[in-house]
Design a binder for this molecule. Structure first.
Ligand code: ATP
Ligand code: MG
Length: 278
């Protein structure tokens, strides 16, 4: 069954009474639907464990991720949330946020020979979304361009499965083992290499947002390593600080440069980033 797409659990169908449902993603132990109905429009996430393969060790935590995220969203008061368990893992229901993500929105900036510059207002809306979380005492832990949904009124920061800052039910909790390496701060990569785990922090979120803005605006990763480098090699490059120069013009470029500082204490806080951009 691990190759096939799971179906929405009955308890979720009962809760949402969908009129339409669209599969958004089905990969690496995670399935996401866009579900619409009389009760509103929701994202539904389903998790199951990943078996070991040649490239991956087994990953039991992907089964717990939706419930963990549900608990975090509930605690933060981020809209109508439900979560629970199904045969193979856990699920959550959360409000659907409409809009392109940051990477897709800035695609025109990345086109060859493009003279379109990234809008500071969009960057600022991402900063606001992260600042909202930091102000509540949380760190996101998995900041990346796909997780900023730029809506007409505001930008939403999604995927809080790895967030840290308050109580999470023990049965749904799991250690932080880093995130997508392109957005990992050097101290996170170093810790994952040395200890297999790391501490998600607000300073690491600031670095990850800097790397997200850079790659979305220019197509370049913050750190240089070959596309096909194995993860430990990627992490070594990040930890050793083999940074690319930031080529984004103006204040935005200066701010991104500071956000990507090697030492966490040299990075601006998210509020300082906001001030610099407004
Ligand atoms: N609340 C939401 N509103 C709109 N779209 C969402 C929402 N939650 C998830 N999505 C969509 O589903 C995708 C995957 O969601 P998410 O990142 O939360 O899951 P994931 O299991 O961590 O997947 P990945 O392995 O890609 O990180 C998002 O990139 C986005 O396109
Ligand atoms: Mg994700």
């Amino acid at each position: 069954m691990s190759g096939s797409t799971p179906e929405l659990p009955l308890v979720v169908l009962d809760a949402l009474m969908p009129t339409t449902q669209r599969l958004v993603l089905n990969r690496r132990g995670s399935t996401v639907w866009d579900v619409d109905g009389d009760r509103g429009r929701y994202a539904v996430k389903l998790g199951h464990p990943i078996d070991a393969t040649a490239e991956w060790p087994a990953q039991p935590w992907t089964a717990l991720a939706p419930a963990r995220e549900g608990a975090v969203l509930h605690r933060l008061g981020f809209g109508e949330i439900a979560y629970g368990e199904w045969e193979r893992g856990t699920w959550n229901i959360q409000p659907w946020h409409e809009g392109p993500d940051l990477y897709r929105l800035w695609e025109p900036c990345r086109a060859q020979g493009s003279s379109i510059e990234p809008h500071t207002s969009v960057a600022l809306s991402c900063v606001d979304a992260l600042a909202e979380l930091h102000a509540k005492g949380w760190a996101h832990g998995d900041v990346q361009p796909a997780h900023f949904i730029v809506g007409p009124e505001r930008t939403h920061l999604i995927d809080l499965a790895l967030a840290r800052g308050g109580h999470v039910p023990e049965g749904y909790d799991f250690p932080f083992r880093g995130c997508l390496v392109h957005y990992e701060a050097p101290e996170i990569s170093r810790s994952v290499l040395d200890a297999g785990e790391a501490e998600a922090t607000q300073a690491a979120d600031v670095y990850a947002l800097g790397a997200s803005l850079l790659i979305s605006a220019t197509g370049w990763r913050a750190v240089e390593y070959p596309d096909d480098a194995p993860r430990p090699v990627q992490r070594e490059a990040v930890a050793n600080g083999r940074r690319r120069p930031v080529t984004v013009p103006g204040v935005l470029g200066e701010v991104i440069e500071a956000m990507l500082s090697h030492a966490p204490e040299e990075r601006p806080t998210i509020y300082e980033v906001g001030k610099a951009l407004s």
